[in-house]
Write a protein that binds this ligand. Structure first.
Ligand SMILES: [Zn+2]
Length: 382
């Protein structure tokens, strides 16, 4: 048994003084705990749940023009994924959800972590994105047209072990020629995808910027809207009414608009600047309507590095969320979205995914930067 001694536990349930005991990858006690075989002094520090990043791309390395990855081999992408996983977990991310990779790359990465061959967070993965022919991200997606083919494409991902089915409900910023806001998969196609996924009890995620495509996805019963850039009051209210989660991925947009003249294709730059203004008000609409927010970064997109997870929490706070709300989005709510019931809290019986911080993250979103220690599945990794 290892004991984190004399710290302040902080999670979505609140803050309390408590020791935390871990054994065989599990939290076995929280409170006054007897002597451990080994101990970490957490006095004056905060013990928080490991972070859950509900939207990453393990095969991408933050280069300015993601499409250049088309010229590289699957082996290159696998090495990039291994490096990203290590970066993420050392920064305090103990669960990632990959929303689009080549073939089974991200699903295989999850197994490699689980079997201890590489160091990283727990990986949930979508397999390949389901996209319309020529749609956003088509170069690493499974192109499908019409409800029957979309259903088949979703089932292919489930067959290879997908934990979530991801699709593109609108165009995107980083695909040349794609209109950011324009709908892509049709309402009938989205319904077929949700139907295929729900047969396996697996959540669905839709990339959606524009309002029309966003509402198509919400009406189809998609579990989470990714980005939601042009969410207005009506869209936010529809999401709240349906219980649709929002994964804002503030880091994706921020890192594009904050890096002009750095090699990001001009078409992407212009679309991102156009989107940035609308995005800020999405947070206001989401809060007013009571939309459930789960943290995701879209890590791997331009200048959006896995090690910079603390930035996403800081951005959420900058856009008006309280530090407690950001903490909840990054732990309890993200776990709920992913369908995980053993992470997101510091509580007995939960996985020993823990981050030790110098400052109180419920009071200051910047406290997530530079953790003093990180435990993933009970192993100290940083
Ligand atoms: Zn993405």
């Amino acid at each position: 048994m290892h004991v984190l001694r004399n710290g302040t536990v902080v999670d979505a349930e609140g803050t309390r003084e408590a020791d935390v005991a871990i054994e065989d990858g599990e939290i076995v006690a929280v409170g006054d705990v007897g002597r451990g075989d080994s101990e970490t002094d957490a006095s004056g520090r905060y013990v928080a749940p490991g972070l859950i990043d509900a939207h990453v791309h393990l095969m991408m390395d933050g280069r300015p023009d993601v499409a250049t990855a088309q010229d590289e081999s699957a082996f290159d992408h696998a090495y990039i994924a291994a490096a990203n996983l290590r970066e993420a977990v050392e920064a305090g991310v103990t669960t990632v959800r990959d929303l689009g990779a080549n073939g089974s790359l991200a699903i295989d990465a999850g197994r490699a972590v689980e079997e201890g061959r590489i160091v990283g967070p727990r990986v949930l993965a979508a397999g390949e994105n389901v996209v319309m022919t020529g749609g956003h991200g088509h170069w690493f997606g499974r192109e499908a047209d019409g409800p029957d083919e979309v259903r088949r494409a979703a089932r292919e991902q489930l067959k290879r072990g997908a934990d979530v089915v991801k699709c593109m409900a609108t165009g995107g910023v980083l695909t040349e020629g794609a209109q950011t806001g324009a709908p892509e998969l049709t309402p009938e196609e989205l319904e077929a995808l949700v139907d295929a996924a729900s047969a396996k009890g697996v959540p669905t995620a839709a990339h959606a910027h524009g309002k029309e495509g966003l509402l198509n996805a919400v009406d189809a019963g998609i579990t989470s809207i990714e980005h939601g850039t042009f969410m207005d009051r009506e869209a936010a209210e529809a999401m709240a009414a349906e219980g649709t989660y929002w994964v804002p991925t503030a880091s994706a947009l921020k890192n594009i608009v904050e890096n002009p003249d750095a090699g990001i294709p001009e078409s992407a730059m212009a679309k991102a600047e156009d989107a940035a203004e609308a995005f800020a008000s999405s947070f206001d609409h989401a809060e007013a309507a009571g939309v459930k927010v789960a943290m995701g970064t879209d890590a791997g997109t331009p200048f959006n590095y896995f090690r910079n997870i603390a930035d996403e929490l800081a951005y959420m706070a900058e856009f008006g969320m309280s530090p407690e709300a950001a903490l909840e989005a990054a732990t309890a709510t993200a776990a709920e979205l992913c369908g995980l019931d053993d992470v997101g809290y510091v509580a007995e019986g939960y996985r020993a995914d823990l981050v030790v911080l110098e400052g109180n993250p419920a009071e200051d979103a910047d406290a997530w930067a530079d953790p003093a220690a990180v435990f993933a599945d009970g192993e100290r990794v940083a």
